[in-house]
Design a protein around this ligand. Structure first.
Ligand code: 13P
Ligand code: SF4
Length: 304
């Protein structure tokens, strides 16, 4: 660590205290950002932390929909996203207007919405889910037909685990589709003792080759608890930092070095400091939308 980094970190920690802020960090963030977190986790864990914190300010180191979820759950807190351009391209593959149109075509379907979506889309949905609880959420819905938005691959994975009729929105994650089935096959050949864990945003052909399909939080738990010493990791490579830090005696092999989410990498130590200095960029969901979206998020939190 350079002198500059140490100075930056000291300033962040000092200002964090003055502002009564908490720093929540997603598992895909840069290692140095993970290191200054109050909590590192997956989407579900982070929204649960946001809901429970008594800090006045939440600095969200992740992407826009995650900060929005925190704002939906904590209207009285100031939620800051250190780079307002850190978005999720998959969340932008659906709009509230397009969803309303599809709902008119499918009047009997319940809408289950992956948390990787805008507040407006959540507001049009019956219930939200994350990758950690998707199957459980879909099973909990009192309808036989489910319109699942926006990730077709997570939706496809759920469809293999439930008897519900799943109608899928054609969204996807640019980062996860970079992981190819050949990547898993090659890594397995190189490390024959290894177990492959993949995220449900991966393509079905990749999921078919995996030993476990897990959220990023599930991956961290699996790594801690397994006896296996070599693990092939099929998700965004930022998580490798945390896995190695927490399990120094195990070997973690990225399924593909191409699996990088550029949006997740927008958050840096400098931007976190500026964010706390200028109280920017505030993410706040308009009240009418927030109340509707909160209904869908709360329902999810009741299921898990
Ligand atoms: P997790 O909820 O599993 O952390 O996933 C979030 C995400 O954006 C995956 O691409
Ligand atoms: Fe969105 Fe994919 Fe990045 Fe996750 S990894 S934030 S789904 S673009």
């Amino acid at each position: 660590m350079t002198y500059q980094d140490t100075e930056l970190i000291e300033k962040i920690l000092q200002l964090k205290k003055q502002r009564n802020a908490v720093i929540l960090v997603h598992n895909y963030q840069l290692g140095e950002v993970q290191d200054i977190a109050d909590f590192v986790g997956d989407s579900l864990e982070l929204s649960q932390k946001a809901a429970a914190t008594d800090a006045e300010v939440i600095v969200f180191c992740g992407v826009h929909f995650m900060a929005e979820t925190a704002s939906i759950l904590c209207p009285d807190k100031i939620v800051l996203l250190p780079d307002i351009h850190a978005g999720c391209p998959m969340a932008d593959m659906i709009t509230a207007e397009k969803l309303r149109q599809r709902k008119r075509e499918l009047p009997d379907a319940a809408v289950v919405c992956y948390v990787n979506s805008t507040a407006e889309v959540k507001a049009e949905s019956d219930i939200c889910c994350t990758s950690a609880n998707a199957v459980k959420v879909v099973e909990s819905v009192n309808a036989t037909e489910i319109l699942f938005v926006p990730d077709q691959y997570l939706g496809h994975y759920i469809a293999t685990k439930t008897n519900k009729k799943m109608i899928l929105w054609p969204g996807f994650c640019h980062t996860h589709i970079r992981i190819r089935p050949e990547d898993i096959t090659m890594r397995k050949r190189e490390y024959p003792q290894a177990k492959a864990i993949v995220h449900p945003e991966c393509r079905p052909e990749v999921i078919a080759l995996a030993d476990e399909v897990l959220s990023t939080g599930g991956m961290c738990r699996f790594a801690r608890e397994t006896e296996v010493e070599e693990i092939i990791v099929g998700t965004e490579i930022g998580i490798i930092y945390r896995l190695r830090k927490e399990n120094p005696n195990k070997k973690f092999i990225p399924a593909s070095e191409q699996a990088i989410c550029p949006n997740m990498k927008q958050i840096t130590l400098e931007k976190i400091l500026w964010s706390l200095e200028d109280m920017a960029f505030e993410v706040k969901v308009p009240e009418a939308i927030r109340l509707k979206a909160k209904g869908a998020v709360d329902k999810m939190l009741e299921v898990v």
